[in-house]
Design a protein around this ligand. Structure first.
Ligand code: FES
Length: 163
């Protein structure tokens, strides 16, 4: 994908891990806190986490891989989740996704080079009555059309005239 990871503030990382010194049970809350702080789990944090909790790095890695909510890749400021469920599909969800890819210039699972947007798809957002639907961060947007998409992206600070 050719993304350059952002510089990680190791001081902040150490501050977070130190609070949980030798608390093996704290692995998940610790990972959650790191992800909330940095937007992802920086790969370089795995060793310090393992050391702090006195467990193996592979155990940390295992938990990160197991839980879908954790990611080792930096994500954009805005995470766009386009629904690819059946209800949305029959209402044109595919063209919404296609438009989104074109507007943001990224494929599914990718982040824009300026780290403003990450594009993801989900099986169902649980808002089928809004089909075709998507989420941006924690907000739902439904009954989507190309013009709605453009105004949603504008609202979230997409630079105009950029492809
Ligand atoms: S199928 Fe899209 S929200 Fe359920």
């Amino acid at each position: 994908m050719g993304m350059k990871p952002k510089q990680v503030d190791m001081g902040r990382l150490v501050y977070i891990t130190d609070k949980h010194k030798l608390e093996k049970w704290a692995l998940i809350p610790l990972l959650q806190e790191i992800q909330e702080t940095f937007g992802y789990i920086p790969p370089e944090s795995i060793e310090p986490i393992a050391e702090t909790l006195n467990i193996f790095p592979t155990q940390v890695q295992g938990v990160i891989t197991f839980y879908a909510g954790f990611t080792l890749e930096p994500k954009g400021k805005h995470v766009v989740r386009v629904c690819r469920g059946t209800a949305c599909h029959v209402k044109g969800g595919q063209s919404i996704l296609r438009l989104m890819k074109r507007e943001l210039g990224v494929a599914e699972g990718e982040t824009t080079p300026d780290y403003q947007f990450t594009l993801e798809t989900v099986a169902c957002l649980g808002a089928c009555f809004l089909a075709p639907a998507m989420m941006v961060n924690r907000s739902y947007f439904g009954k989507l059309s190309p013009s709605k998409i453009n105004s949603i992206l504008d609202q979230h600070g997409k630079e105009k005239g950029k492809d």
